[in-house]
Design a protein around this ligand. Structure first.
Ligand code: C5P
Length: 208
């Protein structure tokens, strides 16, 4: 079986950074699956449609192309919240499954990060890591990241976003955010990026 690394976790847990580093280390392609939900929400907003228009959301999801994401726009603060609204719709999730599985089916393997990679998209992934951290730590990291991009930051508003998104992602009935039974949980609250990477690498090497 090819080498699939599934990284899941809540908003701003550091899973994206970790996934990118693991992909670079192993020379594997990487898919940030949050971008799919962000791009779906963005398409609706760009057309002036409400986020709860399921048919339009499904059509937008089906029309996505993995290669032409405008990441800067999609990573803006308000897009995470919008993404979590469309991500709660089972029909939208269903429309995105094949695309993600096709990406994971590359012969050399792949690294995917999201909320349901280890549970739904790639349940047979060889490596499953659930990255987590306290809401306060995650809000601080997100604030630094946004400030680094020149966005205005309000720590309390960001903490509020993180909590809201955790609740919506964990409480939805379609593929809720949770660690797969066979995932290793990596709490990054007290670790810096290099330490998170070192621990993850050990986990991945054991499974290789
Ligand atoms: O990871 P990111 O913050 O970019 O994800 C944005 C939103 O997309 C999440 O809050 C979640 O609602 C949704 N998502 C998901 N399943 C994934 C990836 C993201 O439901 N695999």
């Amino acid at each position: 079986m090819s080498f699939i690394i599934a990284i899941d976790g809540p908003a701003a847990s550091g899973k994206g950074t970790l996934a990118r580093r693991l992909a670079a280390h192993y020379g594997l392609p990487h898919l940030d699956t949050g971008l799919l939900y962000r791009a779906t929400a963005r398409a609706l907003l760009d057309e002036g449609l409400p986020l709860d228009d399921v048919d339009a959301a499904v059509e937008a999801a089906r029309g996505l192309s993995l290669t032409d994401f405008d990441e800067t726009r999609l990573r803006a603060r308000d897009m995470g919240e919008a993404a979590s609204v469309v991500a709660a719709m089972p029909a939208v999730r269903a429309a995105l499954v094949d695309m993600q599985r096709a990406f994971a089916a590359r012969p050399e393997g792949a690294v995917l990060d999201g909320r349901d990679i280890g549970t739904v998209i790639c349940p047979a992934a060889r490596v499953k890591i659930f990255v987590t951290a306290s809401p306060e730590t995650r809000a601080q990291r997100r604030a630094l990241e946004l400030a680094g991009r020149g966005e205005e930051v309000d720590y309390n508003a960001i903490l509020d976003d993180v909590r809201k998104r955790d609740a919506r992602d964990s409480e939805r009935s379609a593929a809720p955010l949770k660690a797969a039974a066979d995932a290793v949980t990596l709490d990054s609250s007290e670790l810096d990026r290099d330490q998170v990477f070192a621990v993850a690498l050990e986990i991945a090497e054991r499974a290789r």
